[in-house]
Design a protein around this ligand. Structure first.
Ligand code: 5GP
Ligand code: ZN
Length: 147
């Protein structure tokens, strides 16, 4: 619980919210400014800022709840699909610094715009790949690290 975090306050009940699900680890509620009706936020109860500092257990619980809730939310609002999203760091559009997943119900032909698709210059995709691979330093996760 972080004093000035609005999502921590929502979990605690200090700020009202339209809760759709809660368990020991996770809280889910409707986004106050929805991209579409039924837009849901799923958050771990333990405070973390984003995917880089979230504890593995919190991430596991939260994403599993996302998996369970998303198709139900879709059906409830008669949508045809859904986007799962997570903004990380302000440059991505993250406004609330408490880790959260968005479930955004989608309807065929709706007007929601996703990030535009760009293009690489000639040879650029290989350079970008190299930069990322260098950062990974042959990282390989074992199943025990993953689970
Ligand atoms: P972000 O941009 O950080 O990924 O998403 C934060 C989301 O939280 C936004 O979609 C915003 O509408 C929602 N939000 C911010 N404050 C509140 C609030 O007090 N109550 C609810 N229900 N949603 C909020
Ligand atoms: Zn918080």
């Amino acid at each position: 619980m972080i004093k000035d975090c609005i999502f921590c306050k929502i979990i605690k009940g200090d700020i009202p919210s339209e809760k759709i699900y809660e368990d020991e680890h996770v809280y889910a509620f409707l986004d106050i400014n929805p991209a579409a009706k039924g837009h849901t936020l799923v958050i771990p109860k333990n405070h973390s800022e984003n995917i880089t500092d979230i504890k593995k257990e919190d991430l596991k619980h939260t994403i599993f709840v996302v998996k369970k809730l998303a198709p139900k939310v879709m059906e409830a609002v008669s949508a045809d699909g859904f986007n799962i999203g997570m903004n990380n760091f302000p440059a991505s559009g993250q406004a609330v610094m408490h880790s959260h997943f968005h479930i955004i119900p989608r309807k065929k032909g709706d007007a929601i715009k996703l990030p535009v698709q760009g293009k690489y210059e000639k040879g650029e995709i290989e350079k970008v790949k190299k930069l990322i691979i260098q950062k990974l330093k042959n990282i390989k996760l074992t199943s025990s690290q993953l689970l």
